[in-house]
Design a protein around this ligand. Structure first.
Ligand SMILES: Cc1cc2nc3c(=O)[nH]c(=O)nc-3n(C[C@H](O)[C@H](O)[C@H](O)COP(=O)(O)OP(=O)(O)OC[C@H]3O[C@@H](n4cnc5c(N)ncnc54)[C@H](O)[C@@H]3O)c2cc1C
Length: 419
């Protein structure tokens, strides 16, 4: 049955959910205070990777041993700012525990696999539907290593990916050079993720989905959601700073800001910003034609429509802490070492800080809220929000229509049990 659905947040998750709900004939209102896809949102500056290999969570066995180093080394790919450690500690503890054993990592990888398996194909279909096919490409993704031994050092993760159906081809030095002529000779081994793809303009993609959705009848309501009007377990309206939006159902899809609304809907979810940066070079020459992840730098090298972007770094601090642009400069240094032919003029370089909305176990929260079954959660996508958006939207649509039960792996209540 068609419903009036309020989708809160027009990042890649909210936009994709809105587009999917149209297919089921719902009357959709997108509530968003900013310009969809703008620099305020994680969806603006991400690495554009649509990788079925991204099923491995950040937390890994033995990571706890590296925490003192993370506190000491401001240049590492994962860093924690001292001052914020006391507030971060409960989240950090859960984060470390979530990956403490291979079995836990495997359980998360299995849960994420259906969200990511067909990511590029699903995005291609969406981009075609909105009339912007150039925004998604499915040319594969390369993970570049110094040598085969470095790849074999990650044997657990790659074996697990392969067991769960990932299709890859290994690239010896000559073949790697053929595909990526500008790559530093320091990289002598690669893995091509055959079903991988990328988005050529992540922020523009979100804006394009919203423009298209508007043309199809979705109402874009410029407001900030503040809570819910619930009567006898049934949702009546979403409260906003511009007045209530009457609806039969709501979807919480507002990224890093979702925790407060989830709480208003009866669920306490530990959500932290894994702060990430990008540096990008306009009209860059000497970079890759397809996306590359140099595994030592843990950063996505993405050719967008007009730039070469390097995005990555995980900085744990707080949402409001000031940016530490040294982290973007680390990315720039790495980018230049990876592609020695790059010679960017300073005025062609831009930098950005964004907030990955991250749960400690690396799984999103997708399912019904405790205060009312009419409120659905769709947030907490951490490092994989772009790639997993279409599958998330499919789950939301199926839940709303009563076609499926909520997947327990993504339930908000999993954090309640852990306390
Ligand atoms: C450096 C970096 C690199 C990344 N690389 C990749 C990658 O390569 N591949 C990948 O899949 N993912 C990647 N990610 C992760 C991905 O970008 C995020 O998971 C995803 O963008 C989250 O989308 P979202 O819609 O949940 O949140 P957002 O994009 O942040 O959007 C949330 C929206 O909600 C709005 N909002 C907030 N509060 C309210 C409110 N109260 N009422 C109404 N609206 C509200 C905001 O204004 C915003 O527009 C990366 C992230 C970063 C930071």
């Amino acid at each position: 049955m068609a419903k009036r659905v309020a989708v809160i947040g027009a990042g890649v998750i909210g936009a994709t959910v809105a587009a999917r709900l149209l297919q089921d004939g719902h009357q959709v209102t997108l509530i968003e205070p900013e310009s969809p896809g703008g620099p305020h949102a994680a969806s603006h500056g991400n690495g554009g990777f649509l990788s079925p290999a991204s099923i491995i969570p950040m937390s890994a066995p033995g990571l706890w041993r590296k925490v003192p180093g993370m506190l000491r080394d401001p240049e590492g790919a994962l860093t924690i700012r001292w001052r914020h450690l006391p507030r971060l500690s409960p989240w950090l503890w859960r984060f470390l525990m979530a990956g403490a054993t291979p079995a836990r990592v495997e359980a998360t990888a299995k849960a994420l696999q259906p969200l990511l398996a067909d990511t590029a194909a699903r995005h291609m279909a969406l981009a075609a539907r909105i009339g912007r096919p150039e925004l998604i490409r499915q040319d594969g993704l390369v993970y570049a290593f110094r040598d085969r031994a470095a790849y074999e050092g990650e044997a657990f993760s790659w074996d697990l990916r392969h067991r769960l159906g990932l299709r890859t081809a290994t690239l010896e030095a000559a073949r790697l050079r053929q595909i990526l002529p500008g790559l530093s000779p320091d990289y002598r081994f690669g893995v091509m993720v055959l079903d991988g793809g990328h988005c050529t303009d992540p922020g523009g993609y979100v804006a394009a989905i919203c423009d298209w959705a508007k043309g199809q009848g979705v109402r874009l309501h410029r407001a900030r959601a503040t809570g819910f009007e619930i009567e006898a377990d049934r949702l009546r309206a979403v409260r906003t700073d511009q007045g209530p939006v009457a609806c039969d159902a709501a979807v919480i899809a507002c990224g890093i800001r979702a925790a407060a609304l989830a709480r208003a809907a009866g669920d306490r979810v530990p959500l932290e910003s894994e702060r990430g940066y990008f540096v990008q070079i306009a009209d860059a020459e000497g970079g890759p034609a397809i996306p590359v992840m140099p595994q030592d730098g843990r950063m996505a090298n993405l050719p967008t429509l007009t730039e070469l972007r390097a995005s990555g770094q995980v900085e744990l601090a707080s949402l409001d802490a000031s940016a530490d642009w040294r982290r973007a400069d680390i990315l720039l240094g790495h980018l230049q070492r990876t592609w020695p032919g790059l010679n960017p003029a300073p005025d062609r370089i831009t930098r950005w800080l964004g907030h990955r909305p991250s749960t400690p176990d690396g799984r999103p929260v997708i399912g019904r809220a405790s205060a009312s079954a009419d409120i659905l959660h769709a947030f907490g996508h951490g490092h994989i929000g772009l790639a997993s958006a279409p599958a998330t939207a499919g789950l939301v649509a199926d839940l709303l229509a009563g076609r499926i039960e909520a997947p327990p792996a993504f339930a908000a209540t999993r954090f309640r049990r852990a306390r």
